[in-house]
Every structure is written in structure tokens, then in C-alpha cells.
Design a binder for this molecule. Sequence first.
Ligand code: NAD
Length: 495
Amino acid sequence: MKPAIHPSPASFDGRALINGKRVAAQSGQWFDCVSPVDGRILTQVARCAEADVNAAVAAARAAFEDHRWSGMPPAQRKRILIRFADLLLEHADALALTETLDMGKPVKYARSVDVTSAANCIRWYGEAVDKVYDEIAPTARTALALITREPVGVVGVIVPWNYPMIMAAWKIAPALASGNSVVLKPSEKSPLTALRMADLALEAGVPEGVFNVVTGMGPEAGSPLALHMDVDCIAFTGSTRVGKQIHVMAGQSNLKRAWTELGGKSPNIVFADCPNLDRAVEAAVGSIFFNQGESCNAPSRLYVQAEIKERFLEKALALVPAYAPANPLLPDTVMGALVDQIQMNSVLRYIDIGKAEGAKVIAGGEQALRETGGCYVQPTIFDGVTGGMTIAREEIFGPVLSVLTFTDAADAVRQANASVYGLQAGVWTSDLNKAHGVARALRAGTVHVNQYDEDDITVPFGGFKQSGVGRDKSLHAFDKYTETKTTWIRIDSPV
Ligand code: NAD
């Protein structure tokens, strides 16, 4: 398998972006950016550490204090953010290609989902800048109480590699729209599009120092950001393991506000009275295999009511061949490469554990396209899974579906809620009472009824329990990046 296109390392600029300039790490160190498509080195990326984070935070602080961004008339900030979104779309093909080479997802989805959603998010928050009003409290006539929103200041953003542009956009868009300065640390596994986003933000007119990107390893570049005494807020998306450390680091330093969007093991419950079994099967299979299963909200625990399990699995197995991994640079590919060797080996290890614990592989279960040097895993379905098994409890973050059964609504809810996570859930039934009752009983930030793919920037996204603290998207996200101030004014009425 030969990639259709493979730019030379010179096509990418792996330097960090601090105070409006592309810069090498102060240590002079770099790390290899390896493509999971075929194992080739794409380019070298600045291996930033504490000194670089300090420089980025200082630039962000200076930009915040002189009000070059927060003091701009809202209508002008709005225009700049909308221009930023437009530029992302103007560069959509190049951004999509970069994303695919960097993290392995099919280029058609990188183009139609990642770039488009990131641009839409930035446009939406840009448009909101001059439409969100402050409040006046209903107090006595002798006083006026103004309740105003102010930017928190310097926002540190740390994101993962599965949707690099979207995860960054969900945080930088509301943070910038509300007037903050930002220091973004992308994942070391997918740093390239974040750097291009910051270039384009500058080009759109976001002033120097307002949006900085430090590249590097989590403990070397992420921790100094989370521990920094001059960062007012840290917004993190990633694993629950690191998310817990982020809250500790916030507490150990300046008690910066910490927002975390973390892991998931989302249950998808299909009752025998499901209104459209074919649609339920397509959604169950399509959602777990989309993005190679590397989605925090993937419905990785499928609960099928016992009496329809065989019929359900027969239909599911018929769909699996359509998800055979292929070169993600080809336009029709729907399943690409996992992000790197480490992630691929982790997924394969979970598959081995599933087999060892007694679950039955009914589809896939092996590495794929080994000869390419890339990181591919067959779409995999396990039948005969029980709640105590590792593959029913832990987030695999790969194309692996665990199938379990249940008897009635109470049993389904009990099993579905028996998880440390609570990101999303699905329910399929024709019974309105059952749909509402089960949706209410599920401990999850989002519940899908008779579909699993609705999504919009207008609705909050985030989890219960160890899936995190806070919500991305929608106007609710402004709460994360603004302080609420009350100003009391005495009124000695002359009349
Ligand atoms: P990860 O936690 O390993 O890394 C996430 C980010 O944290 C990376 O930028 C990494 O460099 C950084 N990091 C790692 N160690 C750090 C440290 N000690 N201090 C500071 N920063 C550190 O996660 P990942 O493997 O990149 O992403 C996969 C995880 O992200 C999955 O668990 C997935 O569910 C989760 N995720 C959640 C959501 C959501 O909205 N809830 C969305 C996407 C991904």
C-alpha cells in the first residue's frame, strides 16, 4: 500500500508559536512526528519544556494586561474570529491532509468532519461575541447591581490527538471570544494542525501573544502549564488518568480553575421494541468504528435485549467488511490507521485480554495491513461479554465493540450505570415512557434516543462521574472562561 501523496518534511513547520513568532524550543530539542499511515517521519517538532511554557505564558499575560484583545470592540473581535473560521475553510484541503498524515484518520472525514466542525465552532463563538448580554439584578430602587462577565485572563489548553482541531476549537473559540489569551499544548502525537490553526488566527488578525502554541510531551510541556502560577484556567481534554493529575496540579499551584473532558465507556441499550433495527445496527457499528474507535463518546458497550441478540449480531456482522482498514489518504476509506504503535499495541493487548477472559471474537481481532509499516487494527466485535470483564469496564479507544445482554429496563440501567464513566449513552425503543424513564435514569452527560449521531455546537458536551468536570460547546462554555463580577451602585434618588 503506497500513500497517494507524501509531502517532504519541509512541507511542515514544527516550530512552536510564541508571541506571534514561530520559534524552536529554547533547549534546541526536537521530536520526530511519525505518520501512522506508514511509519514514516513527517517532520521534527519543537520539544518545548518549562522555559518555553514560561515564555508563552508571559506573552499571553502581556497581551491580556494591555487589553489588545479583550479591549477590542466586540464587533471587531467577532469579525476577526469569523475571518479565522473562513481561513480554516480556505485551507481545508491542506489541513485535512496534514491531519490524516499526522494521526491516521480517513482524509474524507478529516475534511468533512474535523476541519468543518472546527471552523463552524470558531465561527459560532465569533458570532456570539456581540450577542451575549450582561445582567442587572432585581434589587431595591436604592441600588443598582450589575452582574458582568469578565475574561479570566490566561487560559492554558491541553488537548488529545483523536480530533486535534475540534478539541482545540471547542476550548480556544469560547476562550478567545470572551477576551482571554490562550496557550495551547496539542498532543505530541498530532501537533501539526494546531500550529497551522495558530498561524491562521494571526493572519485573521488575532493579535500577537493572544494565541500561543507550545508543542511537546505531556510531563515536559503540559505539566508546567497546569502548574503555572500565572495561568488562570486550565482546560483539558484527555484521559481520566491525566485529568486527575490536572486537578491536583491546579490545587498544588494557584488554584486555577480546572475543566476536564475525560474518558468514556458509553453504553448503547437496544430494546426488543426498537423502532428500526437496521438503523440501530448501523448506528451501533458505525459509531464504534468511526475514527478507528478513537472517540471518547464511542458506544463501546452494546447492551442488546436477550431475545433479539442473534438477529442483531447477524445484521452487525454483515456490515463489518465495509469497515476494513485501508489507506486513509484514499478518498473512499472509512477506517484508517490508529494514531501510533503505542495505541495500536494497547488495543491489541485489550483484544488479547478479552479473549483470555472468555469473551468470543466474532469479527476481526487482529492487526491489519502489517506490511505497510502503519498502525491498523481490524474492526473487532466481542460476543459473550459480561460486566466484570476488562473489555466491558476499561476504555479501549480503538475499533472494539463489546456485546452484552440484558433482561428488562431495570437490568439495562443497572448494568449501563455500573461504570466509573458517564459521558454518553444510547437507548433504542418505541415506547415513549421507557425512552424517557431510561434516559432520566442513565448517569451520562448526553443520552441519545433512537439515534447515536446527532451533534451540534449549540448543545453542551461533557460527562458525569469520571468523564470529567464542566461542559464544552454551547453558550454554557462561556461559564468556564469568564469570571462573574457584581458591582453594587448606591442610588440616592433626587426624586
Ligand atoms: P492523554 O491524557 O494521554 O493526553 C492528553 C493530553 O495531555 C496530551 O496533550 C498529553 O501530552 C497531555 N499530558 C499527558 N500527560 C500529562 C501531564 N502529566 N501533564 C500535563 N499534560 C499531560 O490522552 P490521549 O491519549 O491524548 O487522548 C485519549 C483520551 O482522551 C481518551 O481517554 C479519550 O476518552 C479522551 N477524550 C475525551 C474527550 C471528551 O470530550 N470527554 C474528547 C476526546 C478525547
